[in-house]
Design a protein around this ligand. Structure first.
Ligand SMILES: *Cc1c(COP(=O)(O)O)cnc(C)c1O
Length: 485
């Protein structure tokens, strides 16, 4: 045999050993240990070009020992990545992932089951179906409900709206949407992915009607007026999109009131619960989702408030047939009829063909912590945001434009308030950049009501009141320095 092939085959065997696994496990566990205590920087100090230089090298011609690859991973990847396990990492809606789900990733990769068809994933499709059923039940959907895992909330929103399009325009799949498609109504704080989906669906983003907010939630009276006006103008509505946990402020639309309006008019309600649907686990917070059972479709990202590593997301529909109708293509070589009562092939209700079974890590995490555990974690993260809000309330140099409804909070550095609002906009933007560059904490920023604000999302259960105080003190010190220049 070719000696290179002989060596390569030996490497393949070595890499499946417990010894090889330990190399990776040690690297991951060391990262956890170094990071979770809050020593060291939250994010890299290097600029993109400096990082690019580290990786700018010829395509490796020959392989190298695993130990060398691990050393390189430790030095160039782990050391310079965003440390979401760090207790002062408070940036975007990406979690400090649960250990159990992290380790389950290796098993998912090892098994490499493909989710589209039952014959390629005899247990995976079943586990996915079961996790989807649990989530449908939490949402208050009945026995005919179903869904599928997706690549993220973006795809889940797209799939929900595709199902709505199929119901509103059954011929659109074959004939297109024509010149006068129906409109999609959504709140002004809807995720940008909703508008993107409307574009992708061929409806044209000019056919989006936005409803203003009141206290960062969809103004239900304005929604009613909008629907009345559309009816008077004889413009059909394909769907109303409400948000449970908006990206900017983590606010929840009033699903009960919106759902009643939609029911009375026979309109499809899609709920974007990518961020906030995990509140369903919390006895304290699930009332924020009252009325969710009125939705025809919804998006929910376990990779957000369930702290599952990226990616894990689902689209759920109250009637599973709606999702199957949405993807009405035929592929006889792949999809066979089910075993009588049900087609277990997830591909018939999914945008994707080949895809991993993200449901495994969600299932593992649910086995490990139980629904109760997820409710407690959700409450804890929301309580941390509340602690920050209370802390800011004691300080003259910050204002918070909203109370936290979940684990997201926006606030603004105002210093001594001598500066005008436009100057504060610029100052807050610069403050965020400079603060993050310092490395002691990591936050984000957005624009709210036309004003630049700082924003944090608490996605790490290790963040303490002391960490919050340290971040606020750090921002205040730097803000005063920047204002004094
Ligand atoms: C995060 C988020 C999305 C997008 O989901 P991805 O998983 O990032 O694709 C959509 N809507 C809301 C409200 C979100 O918070």
């Amino acid at each position: 045999m070719n000696p290179t092939l002989t060596r390569l085959l030996a490497e393949l065997e070595h890499d499946m050993s417990t010894e090889a696994a330990h190399g990776f496990a040690r690297l991951v566990a060391a990262y956890f240990a170094d990071t979770r205590v809050g020593d060291g920087r939250v994010s890299t100090a290097l600029a993109p070009t400096e990082l690019a230089t580290r990786f700018d090298e010829p395509l490796p011609r020959a392989g190298q020992p695993m130990a060398d690859v691990l050393a390189r991973l430790e030095r160039d990847v782990v050391a310079e990545s965003n440390r979401l396990m760090h207790p002062r990492s408070m940036g975007h809606q990406v979690s400090a992932p649960l250990g159990a789900a992290v380790w389950a990733e290796a098993l998912t990769g090892a098994l490499n089951q493909s989710g589209a068809v039952w014959e390629m994933s005899p247990v995976g499709t079943i586990v996915e179906t079961q996790v989807v059923r649990w989530m449908c039940a939490l949402a208050g959907f009945g026995p005919g409900a179903g869904g599928t895992f997706t690549s993220g909330g973006t795809e889940a929103n797209f799939a929900g709206l595709l199902a709505a399009r199929q119901a509103a325009m059954p011929d659109a799949w074959t004939q297109g949407v024509g010149a006068t498609p129906p409109v999609v109504v959504c709140g002004e704080h809807a995720h940008y992915g909703v508008a993107r989906a409307v574009g992708e669906l061929g409806l044209g983003t000019d056919h989006i009607v936005t409803v203003p907010s009141r206290e960062f939630r969809m103004d239900v009276a304005a929604l009613e007026q909008t629907l009345d006006r559309l009816r008077a103008d004889a413009r059909a509505v394909m769907a109303v999109v409400a948000t449970a946990g908006t990206t900017a402020t983590g606010s929840f639309d009033d699903l009960e009131a919106i759902g009643q309006l939609c029911d009375a008019r026979g309109l499809w309600l899609h709920v974007d619960g990518a961020h906030g649907a995990s509140a369903l686990f919390s006895p304290l917070h699930r009332t924020r989702l009252a009325g969710l059972h009125r939705a025809r479709s919804m998006a929910w990202d376990p990779h957000k408030m369930m702290l599952i590593p990226l990616t894990a997301s689902v689209v759920l529909v109250r009637d599973e047939a709606d999702l199957e109708a949405a993807f009405s293509q035929r592929a006889p070589y792949l999809f066979h009829a089910g075993d009588g009562e049900r087609n277990w092939d997830q591909g018939v209700r999914s945008f994707s063909c080949s895809r991993r079974i993200d449901a495994f890590k969600v299932w593992v995490a649910l086995q490990r912590h139980g629904a109760e555990g997820f409710g407690i974690l959700y409450d804890h993260l929301c309580a941390t945001a509340r602690t920050l809000f209370d802390l800011l309330g004691t300080r003259p140099d910050f204002v918070a434009p909203h109370e936290p409804q979940s684990n997201i909070l926006c606030f603004r550095y105002v210093g001594g308030r001598a500066v005008n609002e436009a100057a504060l906009d610029a100052l807050n933007l610069e403050l965020r950049t400079s603060y993050n560059r310092g490395g002691d904490g990591w936050i984000t920023t957005t624009v709210l009501g036309g004003r630049r604000v700082l924003r944090v999302t608490l996605m790490n259960p290790r963040t303490t009141a002391a960490d919050l105080a340290r971040v606020v003190d750090g921002l205040a010190r730097l803000g005063a320095e920047l204002a004094a220049r």
